[in-house]
Design a protein around this ligand. Structure first.
Ligand SMILES: [Zn+2]
Length: 123
């Protein structure tokens, strides 16, 4: 009887811990990602949130030419990637359910370091 009582308690404790720690993590958490995928550079970093920016081409009908525009997107930064990702890094984000008024993307992967890609941004 003692053994049976001990085991379920341990399991419950573990589940609670992982849920707290991995909340909003698409890799080991219970946040489902689906929909559009974008790649961009980190321009701002906050607690559990990053802002990425990338360029895209838009066709201007009046001039029959393409114009460059920049898009900024806010994305949820899971705790397990908080130390890994810094300003200037190239990362990949994917759409998820709306997590707040401005966040409906989550970081899924780091592609390049700020140092390896610094030729484009810092100089
Ligand atoms: Zn995680």
């Amino acid at each position: 009887m003692k053994k049976k009582e001990k085991n379920p308690k341990k399991k419950e404790a573990k589940i609670v811990e992982t849920k707290k720690f991995e909340k909003d993590c698409p890799i080991h958490g219970n946040l489902k990602v689906r929909g559009r995928v974008f790649e961009g550079r980190v321009i701002k970093k906050f607690h559990k949130r990053v802002v990425i920016e990338f360029e895209r081409m838009i066709y201007v009908k009046k001039y029959e030419r393409f114009a460059k525009t920049k898009t900024k997107l806010h994305a949820r930064l899971p705790l397990c990637m908080e130390k890994e990702i810094n300003i200037g890094d190239l990362i990949r984000i994917q759409e998820c359910r709306p997590l707040s008024k401005i966040i409906h993307f989550a970081v899924i992967k780091k592609i390049k370091d700020a140092e390896t890609a610094s030729g484009n941004i810092k100089k």
